[in-house]
Design a protein around this ligand. Structure first.
Ligand SMILES: Cc1cc2nc3c(=O)[nH]c(=O)nc-3n(C[C@H](O)[C@H](O)[C@H](O)COP(=O)(O)OP(=O)(O)OC[C@H]3O[C@@H](n4cnc5c(N)ncnc54)[C@H](O)[C@@H]3O)c2cc1C
Length: 478
């Protein structure tokens, strides 16, 4: 970076002196929360500078090259009920590249039976809630008749919970399930099957409030709410390339490889944002960085209890990547019971692989495996894949590697709700965004986008700007 209003490559930064009142916003962090905030502020007419420390946008949802293969750091899915992320995809022109399946359909293979693998399906009908899942549940082979009936009763009890009740966040989901008659098998074969993937915690470690939110919104709100969407292209195509194009056309000045080192009040009632070799002056600053970085950047007094941010735990996700010399999985994805394998996705087309098949195994709640050597994981997972996918038995493994995200999500533990701050801080003009802020959602792309819209709404309101251009879920998000 150069001194003054210029960047490392010599291009001028936003000319702050030429701006009208309340004109320049700096967004720190180019993950989905930061990109969303920057787009929403620019759409409302502000001059916006987005600063990202890494060489790319997309934060925790990104791609990289491994030879000819384009690899996602971790398989990402979303649900039809993720209205904010779907707005984001539309806004960057990427909706067609990450479509939602027509109707929820999840193959679930049980490897734990003596008589051999058994396939079940979690599917929905075109019936109203909760009947849309009734037939699937009634025929779900991985639970006994009594367990299926009891799951139905628990689902209805869950539907009756008031998500606004803060007491829900003090209890754990596992105890609630036990109290509502759920057997260990029902937890494993149904509640954790969905909950581990969406919350990144087993039921016993998850806040009842967050779990109830996920199940009520995904399975008990609208018949199509849980239909699954995923990118048919590398994540970087959406969250980096298309996001960058959208930011450019919205007039946002985007600087990557630009790490913010401090944020402090300036003498004009605004904020000075320090990056190596330069200070940017801003009327509003949004910190869209992970909680620990936000804690370190927040000036004294900005939050009543800044130490809360350091108390928010984190949870890892491991992805195991296997390239076979032939097709071994016919479905686009499946999930499994009775094996360490959780979800398996076919990433062949998205990765650019021309021959054979590339599978990505998404392993949530990976606390026990995240630091295991690749050789150990290979020894564990290749035989499991052979058990799961008979066609893998004769296939040659062309490549095997893993990606480890040690702080993939915040830990959705009971009590986390009181630690998550909202978008506004006590410092006027300084806002927070990020999947970890108080959106009501677990650490997801949906939560990140919601938080970004919420921060933009708060900043626009304080600057006296119209919020009319924000997407219609902003009232909720703000
Ligand atoms: C392996 C994996 C699988 C996942 N699966 C799913 C899934 O299936 N579905 C789903 O919805 N979600 C999933 N998630 C979660 C989802 O990716 C995140 O919740 C979301 O991307 C978080 O976005 P964010 O913008 O809040 O934060 P981040 O993505 O963490 O972005 C913060 C950005 O701030 C930057 N930054 C930090 N400090 C500074 C600084 N000082 N100056 C400048 N920049 C800075 C960082 O480099 C980063 O780019 C998954 C996450 C992982 C890791």
């Amino acid at each position: 970076m150069t001194q003054g209003n210029g960047t490392r490559d010599g291009r001028p930064l936003a000319d702050v002196s030429a701006l009208g009142p309340g004109g320049h916003a700096v967004v720190v962090g180019g993950g989905l929360a930061g990109v969303t905030t920057a787009l929403a502020l620019a759409d409302a007419g502000l001059r916006v500078t987005l600063l990202e420390g890494r060489p790319r946008l997309g934060g925790l949802a990104f791609s990289f090259q491994r030879g000819d293969l384009t690899v996602d750091n971790g398989q990402h899915v979303y649900l039809r009920c993720c209205t904010a992320y779907r707005w984001f995809l539309d806004r960057i022109g990427g909706a067609a590249l990450a479509p939602v399946q027509d109707r929820l359909d999840v193959p679930v293979v049980d490897l734990g039976r003596a008589e051999g693998n058994r396939l079940g399906r979690l599917r929905r009908d075109a019936l109203p809630v909760p009947l849309h899942l009734g037939r699937s549940l009634a025929t779900y082979p991985h639970l006994s008749l009594a367990e299926r009936a009891s799951v139905g009763r628990a689902a209805l009890a869950l539907k009756g919970l008031d998500l606004a009740d803060p007491a829900l966040d003090t209890q754990d989901f596992g105890s609630w399930l036990t109290a509502h008659g759920q057997s260990a098998r029902a937890v494993e074969a149904l509640w954790d099957l969905v909950g581990v993937a969406t919350l990144n915690a087993v039921a016993g470690d998850a806040s009842l409030g967050l779990a109830a939110m996920v199940f009520k919104t995904g399975l008990l709100s609208d018949p199509g709410a849980a239909d699954i969407g995923w990118a048919r292209v590398p994540l970087g195509e959406l969250h980096d390339r298309l996001a960058r194009e959208a930011l450019d056309s919205a007039g946002v000045r985007t600087e990557v490889r630009t790490r913010v080192t401090s944020v402090s009040a300036n003498e004009r009632g605004g904020w000075s944002v320090q990056v190596p070799g330069e200070t940017l002056e801003a009327d509003a600053v949004v910190l869209a960085v992970p909680q620990r970085e936000a804690h370190d950047l927040l000036p004294d007094g900005a939050l009543d209890a800044p130490e809360n941010l350091l108390e928010i735990g984190t949870a890892p996700i491991l992805n195991v990547h296997v390239v076979y010399d032939r097709k071994v999985l016919a479905a686009p994805f499946l999930t499994a019971l009775g094996t360490p394998v959780q979800w398996v996705f076919d990433r062949t087309e998205a990765s650019g692989l021309k021959e054979g098949q590339y599978l990505a195994l998404s392993q949530s709640t990976a606390q026990n495996e995240i630091d295991e050597p690749v050789a150990v994981l290979r020894e564990r997972y290749l035989p499991e894949l052979e058990r799961l996918l008979p066609r893998a038995r004769g296939a040659e493994v062309k490549d095997f590697f893993v990606t480890r995200e040690r702080t993939a999500t915040f830990a959705p533990a009971p009590g986390v709700g009181r630690l998550r701050p909202g978008a506004r801080t006590k410092a006027p003009g300084l806002y927070l965004a990020g999947a970890w802020t108080a959106t009501g959602w677990p650490a997801t792309m949906e939560s990140a986008v919601r938080s970004g819209v919420g921060a933009a709404a708060a900043a626009l309101g304080a600057l006296g700007r119209s919020r009319g251009l924000l997407p219609d879920f902003f009232e909720e998000a703000a």
